[in-house]
Design a protein around this ligand. Structure first.
Ligand SMILES: *Cc1c(COP(=O)(O)O)cnc(C)c1O
Length: 400
């Protein structure tokens, strides 16, 4: 498919774009996307090299700047998120860092959700702080707290929805309206939903962040990230990536762009399994509470139903007991992988209070709702009866 043909491209549906967008065949005529595993590119002559370096001729120079396989991934993800431009990065954290380095400067202020990925919190609270960028952390769901945190120096709102591990949901459109009233950009980490379930740019967000490591890969093989948005802001992000170096490896881009081809189908299956498991867990006497936006009992169920196509593959639940019970439950499972990763075909089980959120103080854990009895499951693609039986082993271990 010729990627120059924007009109044809914009007539295609999500699944067609996921399979076709960005693919330009090389002179070999290969059907599947080629992997350009090369660090640099050669020129026909000295004058040709000079033209490429000066920018008077577009084209590849060096894979820290551009690489054809990485470009296919970028164009495909941009099409799926309905953004003008995507910039691929070496990891999800590199996507967040490149966004901040590109769009913020010393003296600027950020308002960030308290319930972001733990390492995201450290980027803002430790590293950006060293360079004079300050951050106020607020509740994801308290719109008035976002408004109250705005100062004349505020340049960026940053959030993740649904949140990890409690599946809280932010109103993207409402926060975009608030941000834009004050000339602030809204960045949404869309890692949990992916564009198959939620498109923040269409709801008013300015920037979408991805850890491609999760559902975009979908099989736990590679680290990668991406930033999607308007050309203007993405030019700044691209400048950071090609200068500072957190570029995506062509090999990883090739894995991810094949991942995008099955993304929607996989997300449907993750959602089917998670919805089923959430309903079943909610009926178990040992469970105090299930956190999953697909349950009618979830405080932002209506909002999630409006804003997301479905509710995603990650859920968490609180046992009536504490850490001892949670660890016994986890250790009794045989199928689920005990790992903090998510977005994998393999279901994973985690105790947030002692792993992903382990470095928080007891007060911070309490404020964030990370109780000792909380267990997170990133529901994979195994048979749901087997996932459920594995959880039944966990419940059985709590007896006696
Ligand atoms: C994993 C994750 C990240 C970080 O991505 P890496 O690829 O591990 O650097 C950022 N945000 C969310 C929501 C994540 O789950």
């Amino acid at each position: 498919m010729k990627h120059e043909d924007d009109e044809f491209l914009s007539s295609l549906g999500f699944d067609s774009l996921a399979v076709r967008a960005g693919h330009v065949r090389s002179s070999e005529g290969e059907h599947s996307e080629a992997l350009f595993l090369t660090s640099s590119f050669v020129f026909d002559s000295a004058a040709h090299a000079a033209a490429r370096f000066s920018g008077s001729e577009a084209g590849n120079i060096y894979s820290r700047f551009t690489n054809p396989t990485v470009r296919v991934f970028e164009e495909r993800l941009a099409a799926l998120e309905e953004g003008e431009r995507c910039v691929a990065t070496s990891s999800g954290m590199a996507a967040i860092l490149a966004t901040c380095l590109g769009l913020l400067q010393s003296g600027d202020h950020v308002v960030c959700s308290r319930s972001v990925f733990g390492t995201t919190n450290v980027i803002f609270d430790k590293y950006l702080k060293k360079f004079g960028v300050s951050t106020t952390f607020v509740s994801l769901t308290g719109e008035s707290a976002w408004a109250a945190a705005i100062t004349p120096a505020t340049k960026l709102f940053f959030l993740e929805t649904p949140s990890n591990p409690l599946c809280e949901v932010a109103d993207i459109a409402a926060l975009a309206t608030l941000a834009h009233r004050h000339g602030i950009l809204l960045a949404v980490d869309n890692c949990f939903c992916t564009p198959a379930l939620q498109k923040p740019l269409t709801l008013g967000a300015d920037i979408v962040i991805h850890s491609a490591t999760k559902y975009i890969d979908g099989q736990g093989r590679c680290l990668g990230g991406a930033v999607v948005g308007r050309q203007k802001e993405m030019d700044e992000v691209l400048g950071v990536v090609r200068t500072c170096g957190p570029s995506m490896s062509p090999f990883n881009a090739w894995v991810f762009l094949k991942g995008l081809e099955t993304l929607r189908l996989r997300m449907e299956a993750h959602c089917d399994n998670a919805e089923h498991l959430a309903r079943w867990l909610a009926q178990q006497p040992e469970v105090a509470r299930v956190h999953y936006a697909g349950l009618a009992s979830h405080p932002q169920h209506e909002l999630a139903a409006r804003q997301q196509r479905r509710f995603g593959g990650v859920l968490s639940f609180e046992l009536k007991g504490g850490r001892d019970e949670a660890w016994r439950f986890i250790d009794a499972t045989r199928l689920l992988s005990i790992t903090a990763n998510l977005g994998d075909a393999k279901s994973t089980i985690t105790h947030p209070a002692s792993t992903t959120h382990g470095r928080l103080s007891p007060e911070a854990k309490a404020a964030a709702g990370i109780t000792e009895g909380l267990i997170r499951i990133a529901v994979g693609l195994e048979d749901i009866v087997d996932i459920q039986s594995d959880c039944a082993r966990g419940f059985a271990a709590l007896q006696g």
